[in-house]
Design a protein around this ligand. Structure first.
Ligand SMILES: [Zn+2]
Length: 380
């Protein structure tokens, strides 16, 4: 390493992640967790033959005492031989994390909870509460449609008391291309009736009614304002129940502006393929923050290209680190590794081009790695 190169070995705050699966996984279940798709890959093909699969075999295999680029079958076999607890601990404790902010709102019965993540990682883990998941939990209690709106806001307020932030998946459920004004009481009542009569009758509670979702984001926004919490907003890349073109965060400008008036910080998560739009929103709105979590894993060897776009114009004071790992400890490990490598690659080039020096690079790293998250989340 020349003296003009930098090292990125400081601890990171992973501001958006999920629990790992506390069970041994067979090849099929491991591959299912390597994809956001609900479907298996076509017969005769493997999830290991894509950018994420390549970096799992390159970087995670040695963590399990295997040669780099072993086969997917060998990898999963070794993982089972070591046992889930050993694998989860090995990978999580090797991440160099300062703390974890865990979203507990997705398939929480199948993954480790916040205390278990604290134990496995050896680092403080904090909870982020997902607004739509709380709405669905309240709906499942058998509450009447008439009582739902108040019961939901009461429960959300109770859950927010011990959380470090709230999260909305409005983009998944109804896209960003919606009426972003606060719903009237009549709209909320009609929306709840529609939701309860259609879905509940079919035995489903999945919230997909636009007016109830609007109620959620405004009730959540109000709580964030009153408690000084940030609001995480899912953007772009994710599950297949998404209309990607309508999940461009610039569609959500009116709501972001309203939250700016309320001094509520909004953290745009993932963002791919809208990382440039997210960086632009962070540049013009005082309250907008962003990351490129999850996609660094999924783009593997190309991850520096995406981080490079996120660095094009976004303020260094507005970018955050996240892995968005779900289920597999490998995604935690690769998230931080690919982030560190990509950021180093860009900052080394900036230094070589005489756009930056080591002291400035260290300041930029500290802001993105921890300082920005510490400033906006109540991490004590
Ligand atoms: Zn997530």
């Amino acid at each position: 390493m020349s003296t003009d190169e930098i090292a990125i070995d400081i601890p990171l705050i992973d501001h958006h992640c999920h629990g790992v699966v506390p069970q041994d996984l067979n090849l099929k279940r491991f591959e299912a967790l390597m994809s956001e798709s609900y479907k298996l890959p076509p017969e005769g093909t493997s999830q290991f033959d894509k950018p994420l699969g390549l970096v799992v075999r390159r970087f995670c295999a040695p963590m399990l005492d295997l040669e780099p680029f072993c086969s997917g079958e060998e990898y999963v076999e070794r993982r089972r031989a070591l046992g889930h607890e050993e694998v989860n601990r090995r990978l999580l404790t090797a991440c160099g994390l300062e703390s974890l902010l865990v979203d507990t709102g997705h398939r929480s019965d199948a993954i480790a909870d916040v205390p278990m993540m604290n134990d496995l990682s050896g680092r403080p883990a904090h909870e982020v509460v997902r607004i739509e998941a709380v709405a669905e939990q309240v709906a499942r209690t058998g509450v009447s449609a008439a009582d739902f709106p108040q019961a939901f806001t009461d429960e959300l307020a109770a859950r927010a008391k011990t959380a470090v932030g709230l999260k909305t998946i409005v983009a998944y459920r109804v896209t960003f291309d919606i009426d972003q004004t606060p719903p009237t009481k009549a709209e909320i009542a009609r929306g709840t009736d529609r939701w309860f009569s259609s879905n509940m009758a079919a035995g489903k509670v999945r919230l997909g009614d636009v007016d109830v979702v609007r109620h959620g984001i405004w009730a959540g926004g109000e709580l964030c304002r009153d408690l000084g919490l940030p609001l995480q907003i899912h953007v772009g890349f994710g599950d297949p129940d998404i209309y990607m073109h309508a999940c461009d965060p610039t569609h959500f400008t009116d709501y972001l502006r309203a939250m700016e008036d309320w001094k509520v910080n909004c953290t745009l998560l993932h963002n791919y393929p809208f990382q440039r739009e997210a960086a632009w929103l962070a540049e013009i709105f005082q309250n907008v923050y962003y990351d490129v979590g999850v996609i660094l894993n999924f783009s593997g060897p190309q991850s520096a290209t995406i981080l490079g776009e996120a660095l094009e114009m976004g303020p260094f004071t507005k970018q955050l680190y996240s892995s968005d790992a779900f289920g597999l400890a490998e995604l935690y490990y690769l998230g931080q590794l690919l982030f560190r490598r990509a950021l180093k690659q860009h900052l080394d080039r900036w230094i070589a081009d005489d756009m930056c020096n080591v002291a400035e690079a260290d300041r930029i790293i500290a802001m993105i790695a921890t300082q920005n998250s510490r400033r906006i989340y109540p991490l004590g």
